[in-house]
Write a protein that binds this ligand. Structure first.
Ligand SMILES: Nc1nc2c(ncn2[C@@H]2O[C@H](COP(=O)(O)OP(=O)(O)OP(=O)(O)O)[C@@H](O)[C@H]2O)c(=O)[nH]1
Ligand SMILES: [Mg+2]
Length: 303
């Protein structure tokens, strides 16, 4: 399946919601009046675009429409598309894996899809001919490293793991040493989503980051924050907390297939100013898509 149809399919529920609503509005378009703009704002908010970004976008649209004397519904829709695309477009949203080894740290609260995303990424890189090493940094739950092992086996990746309850920093340290010794191209580290309290979690992430700084200076490095799209504005609040504690280089928005409120993409990009780099649209290895803002908006608004 091509990229565009895949994202379109992943957005099916959101399209049923926001897209149908928007199409209805533009189909029965009678003029760019207050009523129209209010309804548009409401539609965006209901799709989880977030009050702040929805208001900003509609204000901007109003201004452009007025300034340029735009009358036609199709032309207004085009302007809306431009405004939305701009919010989710960043200079570069590719994942940097161009040093040997490079390292990707995957973080986020429990259940958002970290381990699954790692499995999908490992599958992708192995297919590209890279030697991948997974690091089971979630030592909090016994089942966590088991789950990662299954993904490693399926993908054809190596894995470094320790016993439950051991120090995640030590696992990462060993993982890096093993990657150097075995000539791995990419190290992908899982982390715990749940520790006894938030301060614990943040301290642990800081420690892991220090170890990576020390052991892999100059390596291409990603700190990916995973957000579950189905949790809506809650996910956004979590993301804000994480971005205060770690230098997040990119976001992964999972379970986009399971929500009608995919508008959350605009809220996270707009409010955090961090690029979404990947989206998850299912539980299988191939259900991971490189995010592209233009295609995303087109998939959302196209008939
Ligand atoms: N539909 C759908 N399900 C997903 C997606 N990504 C992950 N999941 C499911 O979400 C659940 C949690 O995924 P995990 O990868 O275990 O999440 P985690 O963040 O590692 O969780 P913890 O290790 O408990 O912190 C699993 O049932 C996954 O199959 C996605 O893009 N779409
Ligand atoms: Mg996990």
């Amino acid at each position: 399946m091509g990229f565009f149809s895949k994202i379109k399919e992943g957005l099916a529920k959101t399209r049923n919601n926001i897209s149908n609503q928007l199409h209805g509005m533009f189909d029965s378009f009678t003029g760019a009046n207050d009523e129209f703009f209010d309804e548009l704002e409401e539609t965006l908010i209901l799709a989880d675009v977030g009050v702040e970004i929805a208001t900003e976008s509609v204000d901007k649209l109003r201004e452009i429409v007025k300034k340029n004397g735009i009358r036609g519904g199709e032309d207004i829709k085009k302007e809306l598309e431009n405004i939305l695309t701009e919010i989710v477009t960043f200079e570069d949203n590719s994942i940097k894996v161009d040093t040997k080894p490079s390292i990707i740290l995957v973080i986020g609260v429990n259940g958002v899809g970290k381990t699954t995303t790692i499995g999908k990424l490992a599958t992708r890189y192995v297919k590209e001919g890279k030697k991948v090493l997974l690091c089971a940094g979630d030592t909090f739950r016994a089942a966590a490293s088991e789950q990662l092992s299954i993904w490693a086996q399926r993908a054809g990746a190596d894995i470094v793991k320790h016993e439950e309850g051991s120090d995640p920093g030590a696992v990462i340290f060993d993982g890096i040493a093993a990657a150097k010794a075995r000539g791995a191209d990419v190290i992908i580290c899982d982390t715990a989503g749940r520790l006894h309290n938030k301060q614990n979690l943040m301290n642990e992430l800081a420690k892991i980051n220090r170890i990576i700084d020390r052991e892999l200076p100059g390596a291409a490095r990603e700190n990916l924050l995973v957000i579950d799209a189905t949790t809506g504005q809650n996910g956004l609040i979590q993301a804000k907390q994480f971005s205060n504690a770690a230098n997040i280089t990119g976001l992964v928005l999972t379970k986009l297939d399971g929500t009608a409120r995919g508008g959350i993409v605009f809220a996270v990009c707009g409010e955090l100013s961090i690029p979404v780099k990947l989206v998850g649209v299912g539980e299988k290895a191939e259900d991971l898509i490189d995010f592209d803002g233009t295609d995303f908006v087109r998939a959302l608004l196209d008939e």
